[in-house]
Design a protein around this ligand. Sequence first.
Ligand code: SF4
Length: 85
Amino acid sequence: MDKNADETRMKCAEVFRVANLSEFCTCKDLKCPYHPTNHDKGCSLCIEKNLRQGEVPSCFFNKVGGTEGKTSFTFKDFAKAVLSE
Ligand code: SF4
């Protein structure tokens, strides 16, 4: 295989990986396997999990009062948080 082609492919993969990192993520749960620091798929895994469970990602809660003390992150909980702003 062409060495230059391999190097270019590796550089593209690195750029793609960095571009997919959600550096704006305000989620503080770094132990969560879906947190963008724990994989190279950006927000995708977090959003997929939240949609599957009928929940809203913590970055949205962080815009309306934060997640401190919250144990439930449903759409309804988010609506309540927005309305209590
Ligand atoms: S969707 Fe999830 S991973 Fe993306 S910024 Fe929000 S909390 Fe972070």
